[in-house]
Design a protein around this ligand. Sequence first.
Ligand SMILES: Nc1ncnc2c1ncn2[C@@H]1O[C@H](COP(=O)(O)OP(=O)(O)OP(=O)(O)O)[C@@H](O)[C@H]1O
Ligand SMILES: [Mg+2]
Length: 286
Amino acid sequence: MSQATSSPAIGSGLQAELDPLDQRLSHNLADIKHKLVVMSGKGGVGKSTVAVQLAVGLALAGHSVGLLDVDLHGPSIPRMLGLKGHAEVLVDEQLIKPVIIDEGLKVISVELLIPNKDASVIWRGPMKIGVIRQLMGDVTWGNLDFLIIDAPPGTGDEPLTVAQNVEGAKVVLVTTPQEIALADLRKSMDFCRKLELPVLGLVENMAGMICPHCGEPVEFLGKGGGRDTAAKFGVKFLGSMPWDPRLMAAADAGRLVELLRRERDEAAPWQGMVEEVRDLLGERKK
Ligand SMILES: Nc1ncnc2c1ncn2[C@@H]1O[C@H](COP(=O)(O)OP(=O)(O)OP(=O)(O)O)[C@@H](O)[C@H]1O
Ligand SMILES: [Mg+2]
């Protein structure tokens, strides 16, 4: 892959002044209606899980969806989806073909482009920026209703590159109920404010649990915490997801998409989150 190290904001200048990757990037993303970046200050709160839930739920609702994993150090989307092998790269045409899960859902992760999945790749900042920009410029998504971007935790190069290169991106913040997550949430909010990245809303994950015996939610951390947190931060509340051992087992087995499709149920909290997102973006009546 070639690398580009500069990252001027797309849309900030004339096409003629943009380098070829900038032009491809701008052109490629123009056919995508909504771009959502899933972010959190803290690691392991369920961003990748939420990104998959959003992608699958939106696809089930009839939208065309792309799922882009920009977590270069710990990409987990291929593992959760059981994707093996490599994505097809047409070097001469400078095209990367996404993996097609089905008609409505396409996926790409940097892990699908590197030869040895178990090798650690040492990414310097400019390399990361170049690779992410190339993923955004060269993946042949076609027309999409939604591009869901799964970012690593924190406010480093990856979310920064997305923020600076994806015009119109909106953020879905993920948090867990613990107090300690709130300090990180504050940092994420500050990051979004500084970069003028609109926050679509907040998702609370691992709130309570589904009882393994009766299948009902157990509200051991109390109810409404996520809603209060969203209100405190002045953002929309997109929903609260319980801790569900089946979700973790399915993700570990690479069968997360199958589980979500099988358990398709409009009353399920994750589908409530998807409907909130569609509502907020005016996509409910499709
Ligand atoms: N609601 C849930 N119920 C049960 N397990 C969950 C839930 N959400 C996430 N998990 C599990 O918790 C672990 C961490 O989730 P995930 O990888 O989605 O978090 P992340 O925020 O993307 O992590 P990272 O910061 O490393 O990217 C995974 O094993 C996942 O299967
Ligand atoms: Mg993740």
